[in-house]
Design a protein around this ligand. Sequence first.
Ligand SMILES: CC(C)(COP(=O)(O)OP(=O)(O)OC[C@H]1O[C@@H](n2cnc3c(N)ncnc32)[C@H](O)[C@@H]1OP(=O)(O)O)[C@@H](O)C(=O)NCCC(=O)NCCS
Length: 194
Amino acid sequence: MERVQVSDTVLLQTSRLLLRDFREQDSERIIEYFGESEAQSNVLRNQRRPEQWASYVTRAMQYASRIPFGSRPYLALAVVLRDTQELIGMYSLWDAQPKSDRARVGWHYSRRFSGVGYATEASREMIRFAFAERRVAQVYADCFESNAANVRVFAKLGMRPSPCLPLLKWLLAIKYLERKPIVRYTIENQLLTG
Ligand SMILES: CC(C)(COP(=O)(O)OP(=O)(O)OC[C@H]1O[C@@H](n2cnc3c(N)ncnc32)[C@H](O)[C@@H]1OP(=O)(O)O)[C@@H](O)C(=O)NCCC(=O)NCCS
C-alpha cells in the first residue's frame, strides 16, 4: 500500500478507505458513533463520556501538527470512505516507534458501516504499516470477549489469542475497570523472523 500526502494531512490508504489526520469537524461524528445504542456493550467505561471526544480530536490534531508523521510513535487517525470522504470510524496505534517490541492497535466504527469488511481492511493496512515501515515486532489488540464480531476481525487478521487468556482476560478486565472479560489477541512480525 502507498502513503500519499495531501496538504499537511498524511494518509494511509486501502482500496476503499483513507486513514487521515483528524479535522475539527470529525468530533461530531465520533461522538455520535460512540453513542450508538448497539455499540454500548462494546464500548469501554472510559470511552463513554461524549464530551471527551471533542478534546480527543483537538489533542490529536495538535499532536499531528507538532510531530511529523514519520516521527510519531502514536497514530490517531480518522477512517473515511475514499469515494465520499464520509467518516466511518477511527483508529489508534500506540508504541509504534521504529523497532518497537510491541504496539497496540484499537479502533471504533459506526455500526452503520459494519459487516462489509472495513474494520478488517483498515486494520490490515495498519498492521502492514507497523510491521513493514516501523519494524514493530508484535502488534496486539484488546476487546470484550463478548464482542464476537470484533474477535472475528482479529481472526481474519491472523491474530491469535494471547497465551494464558483464561486468567489474562480477567486481569485485563481489572486493568480497564470493567466487569466483563477482555481478550487480547496478538500477531508477530514475520518480516523479522528467519
Ligand atoms: C466490531 C466491528 C468494529 C467490526 O467492524 P466491521 O467493519 O463490521 O468488520 P468486518 O466486516 O471487517 O468483519 C466483521 C466479521 O464479524 C462477523 N460478525 C458480525 N457479527 C458477528 C457476530 N455477532 N458473531 C460473530 N461474528 C460476527 C462478520 O460476519 C464478519 O466476518 P466474515 O467476514 O467472516 O463474515 C463493528 O462491526 C462494530 O460492531 N462496531 C461497533 C463498535 C465496536 O465494537 N467497536 C470495537 C471496539 S474494540
